[in-house]
Design a protein around this ligand. Structure first.
Ligand code: FES
Length: 183
């Protein structure tokens, strides 16, 4: 009897559900528990989220991150609506990378009307905001969920991958402000 090849379940399950959108990026609706196995914080396992698989881009290095010091980067393009932040929250965070699962990245644009969240990270509470326009605040330890203010959508979370010391962005969970599709 021949043995069955081992299947990378996570990769296979994701690729089966992904489909190409008009921009060529692969999108799918998944549950947070499927997207981040064993890395969902709080009660969010069954929360559906639009996932867009995008080109892999190096955005930082593990050894250079300091707790509560956000690092700006653009993803997946260069426009100002693609401004994002990479943060070591020093606290268990949903979808977090690293031994402490505390490294996360999010869009830097508020989902209400696109206000910039640059410089609005609150290290004491691990939140982005309040947004300067209408005061929405997002919890970065819980997948960017809205905890106050006008926005109704969570802050898009950048899907991260660790390769040695290098941190890569590989996609987005949620929809960037101002876009009908990511990418
Ligand atoms: S644009 Fe951020 S709360 Fe309105």
């Amino acid at each position: 009897m021949t043995s069955q090849p081992e299947i990378d379940c996570q990769a296979t399950c994701v690729s089966r559900r992904l489909f190409l959108n008009a921009s060529g990026a692969a999108t799918a609706t998944m549950l947070l528990g499927e997207l981040f196995p064993n890395r969902v914080h709080g009660q969010a396992q069954d929360t559906p989220v639009q996932v867009t698989k995008l080109p892999r881009q190096k955005i930082g290095q593990l050894s250079k991150l300091e707790a509560d010091q956000p690092v700006s980067f653009n993803y997946p393009g260069e426009g100002e609506l693609h401004n994002c932040m990479l943060i070591k929250t020093a606290e268990l965070s949903g979808g977090g990378l690293g031994d402490a699962q505390d490294i996360v990245a999010f869009s830097g644009r508020c989902t209400h009307m696109g206000g910039s969240l640059e410089g609005e990270y609150n290290a004491e509470h691990k939140v982005a905001g309040p947004c300067r326009l209408h005061l929405t605040t997002f919890d970065l330890t819980r997948h960017g969920m809205v905890i106050a203010g006008h926005a109704t959508e969570a802050l898009p979370q950048i899907i991260l991958e660790l390769d040695g010391d290098d941190i890569y962005a590989t996609g987005i969970a949620g929809l960037l402000y101002g876009y009908s599709v990511n990418g």
